[in-house]
Design a protein around this ligand. Structure first.
Ligand code: GDP
Length: 729
């Protein structure tokens, strides 16, 4: 059966109208793993006996031990609908909040998403987050309401009540879609059970139902209800199999790559749509230049690094020479070109636009890379991360002899998981890994120990802060070069919030054509001569060149930008990254002789000007916040709110449903270590809770000094508050 599937898959790969690239997205525990397993079993990829038991997609031991899905892995299957065969490429996505980054990259690779919601629990915060990620990438949603058997058999709701409850879930998801993207909502993305974009059922017992399937099979809502009530699950799974209902819905309502790419290319790529590569991607044309976005990198003990990604244009085959944008641009030669079928990679002679490719030989690629047969093309928009790394641990090798191996392993880990920031320090041997939460880091360090076989010692987790300017400077700050012959004058001010948002959404970016960026800047309120002189955007910081006619400035600009990056990577207060800073270069004096305005002069001059300027503008610390949702029985509400309030937190919403209440609030990450255990004991284990990154906020003024001194102490910096004059020698 396996062999046959491979043949059918390779045939279908060349027919984009018969391909669906999809992901299943859900809040944790709503049943995504169970559904994935049963779909695979139904498609003959794994045996039905194993489905539901063997956690097929959770192939990582760590995941099995914790019962959560961590890595997005891929699988292709074939589904027959109305006499035609379809190739369904499914990417698994993690359901845990700490791994939001993985969901984002999976969404880049697919065109449609099955949003899975637990019928008993309804939509949860993560449902909202993953849906937002999907819509942002213009990935079309359909809905599956799971665990309906529990409504009937545990909660004993009658038929009427059941319809009402299901209707409520649909309304809620529709409200979310409408709020996130009204245009798509009005253009056919509104979910509608009568039309067939909603199905419901039981992933566990392997049955599902939808209006089109009722018509097709003759089974009625009442039949389903009665069978379920009588516990006749096997019967139901035979009459209305999960796999058929879901995949029919996928094939009918989720777009094929030809249709989807027309909608998506303009959103995920900002190059010239009339260029050969632009047209090629728009039309999903296999004869255009090849363009692939790498969305995952894994390590295969035999083949080495395997890069997985979506091929938006052209084709790939073994031996092809391609380029990785934003790298050294040396030729990378493709070794194997294939697709994933479960854990096995199947090599294919050629792979065409619209498919999800798994290739080896891309030695310069990282997750997020744009790969092309063209030496130069506008890269894809970078992957959005709704969470940022906000917690760091220091890792050291237990044994000196493992030091080089650890460095190697850390590089691999950084490549595999782009939401991690890995800072390797070969001098001290103390390397830093920043991740999205305590649990995320526990999993990563666990993997280093186990899979990579390196014994390490890890520090307590540390919170990552940011620095930012609070006040606009009254006059320009001056930076002098060590030889005193070069001077740089900057005006600094806080970046307005709405511009920060535009930068985060890539609506203002260095990847844009200059004209497009200028227009976006003017619309955001900048003067025209500011808008056309953007020299650099770094994080949410921006450099404008407001000088006129200064000789040698152009050739010095790269060094100026380097100096700025150094200052922004570690601000003056606590050597933490700087954000939301608007810098205007207003005057420059340069030595005539190139030898006297080299890197050793320019970089330190610019760096100290920016650092001094930040301090003059009342540089302050920002701390990461987490939004918390805690659901508890009414009686435990006091315990739950106290857990938020006692952590410098704030409760801003409480809603009750039945005998439970959901408390919504937020608190600083710094106060949340050990939260899981404390909530558990405060509520005698009755709480269900989750957290979500909620951005950075200013550390309360009265605490800044203490926090700064503590960070400085930890980093081995002078244990006193820095002054602007320290940088203005
Ligand atoms: P994931 O975290 O979304 O991958 O969720 P899982 O697939 O691991 O499911 C979480 C729990 O819900 C498991 O104990 C499943 O057995 C259970 N479950 C999943 N689907 C159903 C269903 O349709 N009905 C019932 N009663 N339980 C289900």
């Amino acid at each position: 059966r396996g062999k046959k599937t491979v043949e059918r898959v390779t045939q279908l790969m060349n027919k984009p109208e018969n391909i669906r690239n999809i992901g299943i997205v859900a809040h944790i525990d709503h049943g995504k793993t169970t559904m994935s397993d049963n779909l695979l079993a139904g498609a003959g990829i794994i045996s039905e006996d194993l489905a539901g038991k063997a956690c097929w997609m959770d192939s990582d031991e760590e995941e099995q031990a914790r019962g959560i899905t961590i890595d997005a892995s891929n699988v292709s299957m074939v589904h027959e609908y109305e006499g035609k065969e379809y190739l369904i490429n499914m990417i698994d996505t993690p359901g845990h909040v700490d791994f939001g980054g993985d969901v984002t990259r999976a969404m880049r690779a697919v065109d449609g998403a099955v949003v899975l919601v637990d019928a008993v629990e309804g939509t949860m915060p993560q449902t909202e987050t993953v849906l937002r990620q999907a819509l942002k990438e213009r990935v079309k949603p359909v809905l599956f309401i799971n665990k309906v058997d529990r409504l009937i058999n545990e909660l004993q709701v009658d038929e009427m009540e059941m319809q009402i409850r299901l209707g409520k879930v649909i309304d809620k998801v529709n409200k979310l879609i409408k709020g996130m993207n009204e245009e798509m909502y009005n253009n056919g993305w509104k979910l509608d059970a009568a039309q067939g974009t909603v199905a419901f059922g039981s992933a566990l017992y392997n049955w599902a139902i939808s209006v089109p399937y009722m018509k097709k099979s003759g089974i009625s809502f009442k039949n389903v209800y009665d069978h379920c009530k009588a516990g006749e699950m096997k019967e139901l799974a035979k009459k209305s199999p999960l796999c058929d209902v879901i995949l029919d819905m996928v094939v009918t309502f989720l777009p094929n790559p030809l249709e989807a790419q027309k909608r998506r290319v303009g959103v995920i790529w900002h190059g010239d749509i009339n260029s050969p590569e632009g047209k090629g991607m728009y039309n999903c044309d296999p004869n255009a230049p090849s363009c692939m976005m790498v969305t995952d990198i894994s390590f295969d003990p035999h083949a080495g690094e395997v890069a997985t990604g979506r091929l938006f244009g052209g084709k790939l085959k073994r031996g092809d020479e391609v380029y990785v944008m934003q790298s050294a641009k040396k030729v990378n030669r493709l070794q194997q070109v294939g697709i994933f079928m479960g854990p096995t990679r199947v090599e294919v002679p050629e792979l065409f636009a619209g498919n999800i490719a798994a290739v080896t030989g891309l030695k310069d690629a990282v997750v997020g890379s744009t790969v092309s047969s063209l030496m130069d093309m506008t890269p894809f928009e970078s992957l959005e991360h709704y969470s940022e790394p906000v917690v760091t641990v220091a890792v050291e090798a237990k044994n000196m002899k493992d030091l080089p191996k650890l460095v190697e392993v850390l590089r691999q880990v950084a490549k595999e998981d782009p939401t991690l920031r890995v800072n390797i320090n070969e001098e001290t041997g103390e390397h830093l890994i920043a991740g999205m939460g305590e649990l995320h880091l526990e999993i990563v360090t666990g993997r280093i120990k186990r899979d990579k076989n390196v014994e390490i010692v890890t520090s307590e987790p540390i919170v990552v802060y940011r620095e930012t300017i609070v006040n606009k400077l009254d006059s320009a700050v001056e930076g002098k070069s060590p030889n005193r012959h070069n001077r740089f004058y900057f005006m600094l001010e806080p970046m307005p919030d709405h511009v920060v948002e535009l930068i985060k959404n890539h609506e203002i970016s260095m990847n844009q054509e200059q004209l497009e960026r200028r227009d976006a800047m003017v619309k955001a309120g900048f003067e025209k001569d500011e808008a056309k002189n953007v020299k650099d955007i770094y994080g949410t910081n921006m450099l404008l060149d407001m000088t006129k006619g200064i000789q040698y400035l152009n050739e010095t600009m790269e060094l100026i930008i380097e100096g700025i990056h150094e200052a922004l990577d570690g601000g003056p207060l606590a050597d933490e990254p700087v954000q939301n800073l608007l810098m205007k270069l207003v005057d420059v004096k340069l030595h005539e002789d190139a030898i006297h305005r080299g890197p050793a002069q320019v970089i330190p001059a610019v760096r100290s000007a920016i650092k001094a300027g930040l301090l003059l503008g009342n540089d302050s610390l920002l701390e990461p916040m987490q939004k918390l949702h805690i659901t508890v029985p009414q009686d435990y509400m006091g315990g739950a709110t106290a857990q938020i309030q006692s952590r410098r937190g704030q409760v801003f919403d409480m809603t009750s449903e039945g005998d439970t209440i959901t408390v919504v609030g937020k608190a600083p990450v710094a106060e949340l270590f050990g939260f899981a255990g404390d909530v558990r004991s405060a509520t005698e284990g009755r709480a269900m809770w989750n957290q979500e990154f909620a951005g950075f906020e200013l550390v309360p003024a009265g605490m800044v000094k203490d926090v700064v001194i503590e960070i400085r102490k930890r980093k081995g910096l002078k244990e006193e508050m820095p002054k602007a004059s320290d940088y203005l020698a």
